[in-house]
Design a protein around this ligand. Sequence first.
Ligand SMILES: Nc1nc2c(ncn2[C@@H]2O[C@H](COP(=O)(O)OP(=O)(O)OP(=O)(O)O)[C@@H](O)[C@H]2O)c(=O)[nH]1
Ligand SMILES: [Mg+2]
Length: 430
Amino acid sequence: MQFMDKAKIRIVSGRGGNGVVAWRREKFVDKGGPAGGDGGNGGSVYIVATENMSTLMDFAYKTVYKAENGENGFKKSMHGKSAKDLFINVPVGTIVKDLKTGNIIADLTEHEQKVLVAKGGKGGRGNIHFCTPQNRAPQYCEPGEPGIERELQLELKLIADVGLLGFPNAGKSTFISRVSSAKPKIADYPFTTLIPNLGVVRKSNGDGFVIADIPGLIEGASEGVGLGHDFLRHVERCRFLLHIVDGTEENPLQNYKIINNELEKYSQKLAQLHQITAINKIDAILPERLEEIKQEFKNEGVNIYCISAVTGAGVEELKNELSEKVDTIPKPVSDIVVEEDLAATDNDDSYWEVRKLDKNTYLVDGGKIIRVSQVINTRNTEQVIRLQNTMRAMGIIDELKHIGIQNGDTVIIGKLELEYWDDEMYKQEF
Ligand SMILES: Nc1nc2c(ncn2[C@@H]2O[C@H](COP(=O)(O)OP(=O)(O)OP(=O)(O)O)[C@@H](O)[C@H]2O)c(=O)[nH]1
Ligand SMILES: [Mg+2]
């Protein structure tokens, strides 16, 4: 199995549907009122943590996630359907970053914890909403809001209660396979474990706790020797560490010190976590030799458990100790700072710019103004004036004047080509 603990994705929330301009048309009713329905809301995008995933591998194949758009409104005051929200599943322990700002926007540490990362655009209102005593036949409707598009970085930091530590081949995977239901690969060569594994240990009272098995460390890991020490990231959130030492090696105490030295180089915080030490493979050690080892560790003030992950000797006692410590040692305080994520709900696209294309032609570009232009029927004077008023309110008319527009010039907005006409008479609001 492959393991992926970092991924980049692009997410897009749905556009809101446009409102419409429509009229009641009923027999015997002369000039029915406005009856243009609202557009539906676009789908929002959420990221949800689940215990049913353990890596970010899915994101190697699919990197773009798009929620559906809202439906446009209809005649007869019928509203367009809102789109369903999109939920993207990630493993528990996933940290979500905004790639543009680098801000951490979520740290999903609990099953089913979710975060909104892109709100769907609101549907535009149909002309039934714009009926006033002054204007009983509004020719105006709103376009739907745009969706939000952004790039996110997902980063997995496994969450376990106990982190396994030790040289390659020390028996870490053998231990986890004995005390939990995890079935990692075990072999008599170093670096068998290339990816972190989680195992759930059942306690006698039915509760469980989680152990993380990670690739072995060796001297120089901090300089990238072996598999490096990057995987230590996955035990950073553990309550404490279980250090497994191969007792059949020539110098177990020295090995123990080498690992702790590498740990310190990686992070002081990790080095200061409580550690339980177990000498493994006692089935293959002569009793006199084991006594020597015990004495050496004792001289250093290190308390040890003696086990054989293969025969099971001493394993139950160690397991009880782990259970007890899981209940008494709190999880380390997280140093992950989650920033307020305004971009997730910012559907505003009212930025614009204007350009003079030639002597008599001006181009207006932007998000909102183009959307407004798309719900305009150019044969309807009232709608065109409404557009012009919107441009005035947004400051676009002033800018056009500033760069020299004259009555009769052409203004291009999206697919529309309008003749510019600025007359005091048209400045009234509809
Ligand atoms: N005799 C004996 N052999 C053991 C014991 N525990 C593990 N082994 C053997 O040691 C070898 C390595 O075991 P693993 O569990 O794969 O070791 P690891 O620490 O996970 O190693 P990496 O994944 O390479 O870091 C295997 O051949 C195991 O069968 C034990 O208690 N006694
Ligand atoms: Mg292993």
